[in-house]
Design a protein around this ligand. Structure first.
Ligand code: UT7
Length: 325
């Protein structure tokens, strides 16, 4: 068995929902502004669930869906930019919670592209190291990292997690993918870490642990990147958009997706969107969408799907999938 398929999907979203109208009670904003500029109506917000908890819940659902026991998992990759702790990794905490005692576990930091990066890394390791089953999870607790007094960012994000089980197979599942980074633009979106502070530091730099984003710059990057990434996977596989059943983009802004549909001359219906309900859940947005589509029976065996992500780093990437279950 030389190929890798997605054998199961799962998701978790906190039950606490905050609507745009509720936000307008704590900051100067409105449902009209948020919905017309982003397509967001509400977001799920943690009331204490941390990233590892949400990731574990999504993982348990994916394992059940794939009919695989946690002890049969060889690799756990968690994509997150909002880990529980600097160390250990969120993946190690997930390993402990779900009892996946036979796996190697680590995190990937590629923000909203993290799930795409995670699939690529997991597939490579499965092929090179002989792992049979892997969990790739995108999980975020952005509500602990946004500045709730900054209306230009706090209205955009939500919390949640999505997970897939990858398994070795004779069938082709993950057909092809690519990941790319543009580190020279790293200042466009940041959540800074600890200050460099010790008895030996003369000029202390005060950092901010809150998310900061240059929205306009990222918007320009996102619109060009989403189109170029889709075209790249199509060209590399000698396919055109008629061969693709669905595109699942990172859910950052409806206007980015509308732009991509127009530019690619394809109906916007080809793009799955759920940003209205969840907001931007960064690394979790693509696997949450995938899990939701599976549950709604929108995707069927043999469907060709493109996953496309972009975000802090700046990072981007896309994956072409043959749905094999
Ligand atoms: O997931 C990682 C990738 N992230 C993205 O892809 C995000 C990309 N960027 C975007 O989606 C958009 O740039 C935003 C949604 C962040 C912002 O939309 P925009 O249409 O670019 O708005 P803007 O930043 O240009 O702001 C327009 C106006 C400003 O007021 P003035 O200066 O024109 O008077 C803002 O102060 O809207 C104001 N504004 C708000 N007003 C009401 C900003 N945030 C809000 C708000 N409510 N929440």
């Amino acid at each position: 068995m030389k190929e890798v398929i997605i054998g199961g999907v799962g998701k978790y979203a906190p039950s606490k929902i905050i609507t745009n109208d509720q936000l307008s009670e704590i900051i100067e904003t409105s449902d009209e502004w948020i919905y017309s500029r982003t397509g967001i109506k509400q977001r799920h917000v943690s009331i204490g669930e941390d990233t590892s908890y949400m990731a574990s819940e999504a993982a348990k659902m994916a394992l059940e869906n794939a009919n695989i026991r946690s002890i049969d998992i060889d690799l756990i990759v968690v994509a997150t930019c909002t880990p529980d702790m600097y160390t250990p990794s969120t993946a190690c905490i997930v390993q402990s919670i779900i009892g996946a005692n036979n796996s190697v576990a680590f995190d990937i930091s590629a923000a909203c592209s993290g799930f795409i990066y995670g699939l690529d890394v997991a597939k490579s390791l499965m092929k090179s190291n002989g792992y049979n089953n892997a969990l790739v999870i995108g999980a975020e607790n952005l509500s602990k990292s946004v500045d709730w007094e900054d209306r230009s960012t706090c209205v955009l994000f939500g919390d949640g997690a999505g997970a897939v089980v990858l398994s070795k197979s004779d069938n082709v599942g993950l057909i092809s993918s690519f990941c790319k980074s543009e580190g020279e633009k790293y200042k466009c979106i940041t959540i800074e870490g600890n200050d460099v502070d010790s008895p030996f530091v003369e000029n202390k730099v005060i950092k901010s642990s809150k998310l900061k984003m240059n929205g306009n710059e990222v918007f320009k990057f996102a619109t060009s990147t989403i189109v170029n990434s889709i075209n790249k996977v199509l060209n590399e596989n000698n396919l055109n958009l008629d061969d693709i059943d669905y595109i699942i983009p990172h859910q950052a802004n409806v206007r980015i997706i509308d732009y991509a549909a127009k530019k690619l001359k394809v109906s916007v219906d080809k793009f799955y969107m759920n940003i209205e309900e969840y907001g931007n859940t960064s690394a979790a947005s693509i696997p949450i969408a995938l899990s939701e589509m599976w549950k709604k029976k929108l995707i069927k065996k043999g469907n060709k799907i493109i996953l496309v992500g972009f975000g802090a780093g700046l990072t981007y990437g896309a994956t072409l999938i043959n749905w094999a279950i």
